[in-house]
Ligand binder design. Sequence first.
Ligand code: 5CA
Ligand code: ZN
Length: 413
Amino acid sequence: MEAWAGHEVPALPGTGQPLALYDSARRSVQVTRPGPDGATMYVCGITPYDATHLGHAATYLAFDLVVRAWRDGGHRVRYVQNVTDIDEPLLERAARDGEDWIVLGLRETALFREDMEALRMVAPDHFVGAVESIGVIAERVAALLDDGAAYRLDDGTGDVYFDVAAAPRFGYQSHLDRAQMLALFGDNGGDPDRAGKRDALDPLLWRGARDGEPAWPGGVLGPGRPGWHIECAVIALEHLGDSVDVQGGGSDLIFPHHECSAAHAERLTGVAPFASHYVHAGMIGLHGEKMSKSKGNLVFVSRLRADGLDPMALRLALMAEHYRTDRQWTDEAGKLAEHRRARWRAAVASPTGPDAESLLMAVRGRLADDLDTPGALALVDAWAEAALAGEGKDPGAPALVRTTVDALLGVRL
Ligand code: 5CA
Ligand code: ZN
C-alpha cells in the first residue's frame, strides 16, 4: 500500500557516528554495523482499528530517529513497516461497531498516514499490508509444512501451527522462562490451551476458513488467513532479504511476537539471527496504566493536534525521556515541550550564536549512544539559552542549529 508522503531530511556537514542500540537478544547496547548495501530495518506497524495513539507515535518516533542517525552516518537505509490489516482484533472491533472491517482498516490507516506526516516521520520505503501479502505468506507456510517445521491440526479446521521444537534457540530473544512465555502467549493472541497442538506455545501460521470470516485461497493450505507472527516474518524476508539490521517495535512485542517471527524467519532461511538488533521502545501510559486499545485509555495524536498541540512540540515531548523507558503522558509534558520549542525558535532566529559545529558533534554523540534524546535536548537547550543571552558571535551558527535539529531530531523550528 501507499506510505505517507515523507519529507526531505537535510544533509549536515561531516558524518555522524556509528549508531549503537540496545539489543534485547544480547541484553546490551551494541554498535549497528550495516553492510555495503545499506542498513535494513523492519518495524512492526499498526493494527488499524484505532489509530494513532501516543504509544504508537512514541514507538515510531524512536525508529524514525534510527533512520535519521543511519543516514547521517552515510548509510543508505531500507525501511519496511507493515499494517496488520487482517487480524482478530480488527474483526472484533468491526463486528462490535457493525462496520465493514475493510472500511474500518482503510479509515484508520489513512488517519495514521496523516498523523505520521504531521509528525514528520520518515516514510518507510515499503508500507506493506498483510492482505496484499497473503499469497507469499501462504507459500512460506507451505514451505514450513514441507520442511517438517509446521503441522496441520487433524480436527478438520485446516489450521496450521509452527512446531517450536523446530526452533532450537527459541527464547534467545526474550530470555523468558516457560511460565512467563505461557502467560504472555495467552495474553497476546496465542492459544496455549488449543487441543491437538504439539506444544502449548506453538503459534498459529494459518487459520483455516470459518463461516462468516474473511478467507483467501491458500493453495495447498486450503482457504484461510495468515497468523500474526508469520505475517511480519514473511513481509520482512520479501522486502529486506534473509536478515535485517533492526527488528523494531514496542516492548509489548518482545514475546511472543518477535520471538516467533524470528523463529519462523530463521527456519525459512537458515540464517540466524534474523535481526542483528531487536530494538524495543518502552510503553507510554496514562495515569499509571499502559495506553492500550483494550484499556480504552488512549490519547490520540489527531485529538492533540485538533486541540492545538503543534506536532513539532509533540515530537519534543516524546523525546524528553529515553525511548526505552516506560513513561507517562501528561498535559504538562506537552506544555513544557511547547515552551522548549518556542525557546529554540527564538534562539535560531538570533543573528549570532555560540559555535554550532561542536553542538552538532555533541548531539550526534548523544544520539549514537542508544538514542539518548534527553541528552541531545539538553545540549540544544544550553546552546539556545546561550544564544538568547547574546553569547557567541558566530553568524552561521543559528542556521546550522536549525538544520541539525531538523535533520537529526526531525523538528522543524
Ligand atoms: N500490528 C501489530 C504489530 S505487527 C501491533 O502490535 N499493532 S498495534 O497497533 O497494537 O501497535 C503498533 C505499534 O505500537 C507496535 O510496535 C506496538 O509495540 C506499539 N505500541 C502499542 N501500544 C503502545 C504503547 N502504549 N506505548 C508504546 N508503544 C506502543
Ligand atoms: Zn509485527
